[in-house]
Design a protein around this ligand. Structure first.
Ligand SMILES: [Zn+2]
Ligand SMILES: [Zn+2]
Length: 384
């Protein structure tokens, strides 16, 4: 299935180099694998066509002989003495009917195509993200806290500051890929020519290598080591939420962007309070008489004790709202939710003789039936 290169780029056989270049750019953008509607095989096909049609020499050969050639690897290893020469010499061009070494200038194409790929390799060399759990108390989650944590991770080598180069030596352009980070290969198969690009194994896609590798990290720029960092847990954080500490993941390969550290917050429960978002809740036990007659009580909040006025005749289950004594919104420590206090009227389970007498009197006063003999209660209890 030898594809016609002119058809691939959608140009005429007599199109000018400018028209070819324009068509190529348009299509390369359209099918770039990084795009949503990208298409890698189509992209490769376009590039292959452009490599040939953008070179007047190759185009002439193509016009004359068609697609019966094989492209040599754009891999310096096979071409002795080429190290250090960007493009040209070590790029074998394509072996055309036995005439090897047709020179070709790929600078323009590669700057176009591999711009994106270098970005991708930079992303790949970025340090990995880490995640760890951090325990905070209920109060710390509400008010925020500074914590010191120690983690073991791949961190920047202190000898070379992450460059991977022995101090005093330079970082040089990779002689194998000439700084592209990618090795482009075109293979001839029975289905046609297949172009592919692989990450350069000499520089791991960085395009640069240390002249002399750092003796501490062996040129990687990173070392597994312990690091202690201060982290600020914001007020209002809730159980299970994650905090991103930018740049505190593992260090990137040879000075590449570090990953991030994610702290998963574990908030311990409180004996006294429960929390629903920014709302705090607690229960307030009241005696029957306090609820009936009304009272003033000191009630514990996270901000200290406050005086709470219980109106006479307060029913069990009544919710009293204390403004702004709840949990702050994360990032807005002064904007706080409310504290909801639910009144629970507790019926006394044990009464003294005198208390019993008084309650009986109260019942009679209110015309209520209150007399139950002890034997009845005993029977009820036995049933359960
Ligand atoms: Zn080092
Ligand atoms: Zn390389």
């Amino acid at each position: 299935m030898a594809t016609n290169y002119y058809d691939v780029l959608g140009v005429k056989k007599d199109s000018s180099p400018e028209e070819i270049k324009r068509a190529y750019r348009k299509l390369a953008h359209q099918y770039h694998p990084d795009k949503d509607k990208g298409n890698e095989s189509k992209f490769k096909e376009i590039n292959e066509a452009y490599q040939v049609l953008s070179s007047s020499e190759k185009r002439q050969q193509y016009d004359q002989y068609g697609q019966t050639f094989e492209q040599a690897q754009r891999n310096g290893s096979g071409f002795g003495g080429a190290a250090g020469s960007p493009f040209g010499a070590d790029f074998g061009g394509f072996d055309f009917a036995g005439q090897g070494g047709v020179d070709c200038d790929l600078g323009d194409i590669f700057s176009d195509i591999f711009g994106g790929q270098q970005q991708r390799s930079a992303r790949r060399n970025r340090g990995i993200d880490l995640e760890m759990a951090i325990n905070v108390s209920f109060e710390e989650a509400v008010f925020g806290v500074e914590k010191t944590i120690t983690l073991e991770k791949q961190d920047t080598c202190k000898t070379c500051n992450g460059s991977g180069a022995e101090p005093g030596t330079k970082v040089i352009t990779c002689p194998k890929c000439h700084g592209q980070g990618q090795i482009r290969t075109t293979r001839r198969t029975i289905f046609g020519n297949i172009a592919s690009s692989t990450t350069c194994d000499r520089c791991d896609g960085m395009g640069k290598i240390p002249e002399k590798p750092c003796h501490t990290c062996g040129g990687r720029g990173v070392l597994r080591q312990e690091k202690t960092i201060q982290v600020s847990i914001p007020a209002g954080i809730d159980n299970g939420q994650r905090i991103r500490i930018t740049g505190e993941g593992e260090a990137g390969y040879r000075g590449s962007q570090p990953g991030d550290l994610f702290l998963v917050v574990n908030v311990s429960a409180s004996k006294e309070f429960t929390r629903d978002g920014i709302t705090l809740q607690k229960e307030l036990p009241l005696s029957f008489t306090q609820a009936a007659l009304g009272t003033k009580l000191m009630v514990k909040t996270l901000d200290g004790d406050i005086e709470l006025k219980i109106p006479a005749g307060t029913q069990s289950g009544t919710i009293m709202r204390v403004k702004s004594k709840g949990v702050p919104h994360v990032g807005q420590p002064n904007k706080r939710g409310d504290l909801l206090i639910t009144v629970r009227v507790i019926v006394p389970s044990k009464l003294s003789k005198k208390e019993k007498e008084l309650l009986k009197q109260l019942g009679e006063e209110r015309g209520e039936t209150v007399e139950v003999d002890e034997g009845f209660w005993k029977n009820i209890k036995d049933t359960f």
